[in-house]
Design a protein around this ligand. Sequence first.
Ligand SMILES: [Zn+2]
Length: 373
Amino acid sequence: MSVGRLGGIEISLDYSWFILLFVILGTLAGALFPAYAPEVSRLGHLGMGLAGTFLFFASLLLHELGHAVMARARGMEVEGITLFIFGGMARTRREPEWPGDEFWIAGMGPLVSLLLAAGFYLVAALGMRWGAGPAVTVTAETLGYLNLLLALFNLLPGFPLDGGRMLRAVLWKGTRSLRSATRITAGVGRVLGWAIIAIGIWSLLSAGAFVAGLWMVFVGWFLTQTARSAYQTVLLQQLLAPLTAREAMSPDPETVGPDLTVDELIHDYVLRRPYNAFPVVQDEVVVGMVTLNGLQEVPREKWKELVAAEVMIPLAELVLVEPETPMVRVLDRMQESEVRRVLVARDWELLGIISSSDIARWLDRVALMDRDA
Ligand SMILES: [Zn+2]
């Protein structure tokens, strides 16, 4: 859900984020503020809670903007910022290509959080000196503390946390191997993830902090999974780096004509071949692609009526690449356009197809690379 743009950077909210919103509001207004500012009324606590929640999310957003602005300053394209249940994420088109870029982009977020922490603590201190009420000083102090916590947590040296990215950049520069730098920091990230899960379970069972404990279990799990897939992505990219689309594709895919009925497509092709997609070719030129998913949406009574040309994905919505396109670029294109298949063609003449299952087969080989690291 998009909520607007800030300096050309699109800000969006994942729906899971609303859960976080209520957890933070509930914790601040229901538990924290009543304990630290008992002299304030119930309504006052709610007001402080709302202000605190708003400022906390503004702080999260500024942390991510720190990453985004630095990425842009280093010449990288920023797609936008998404706030979701585990915090936020600044999305760039691709991963940094240089250790220096990665170090500064990752470091900028925690730096912003540290500055915010200092700012809020300063407001609290000045408020106390000038006699501002606890509604102001307690709220400011809490936000200072939360921002400090946010900075310190993100500085933990496990990938994909900011600190892990910074450590990866240092190791990457030192060893000149992105692969071993990623392996080490992703390993630390997984250990951290499991440690957070363990602390979460302990809080759940013995400390009675149900929401916080459950939250930590999820955060820890998210960390272990992201660390794992980050390492695999790097391996896959290195594995595919020397390959072109022609080398990685499945050559000469089975094609169908545009005039075949859905009934013929299903009985003569889909039910008799191991493929989930058939490029549609007319006069030796690709015009579209029929997929299993597309066919499943055709009601049975229309099977004899509709033809391939009417149910196919049209050419305009397909991703076509030249046979010489580097595979790393093909992966980028598949991610950007969120397609599961890419057609390899020259002048619209079909040469091959690369599907996500082809990529998965390449992923099987990753374990071999891991061993010769
Ligand atoms: Zn960050």
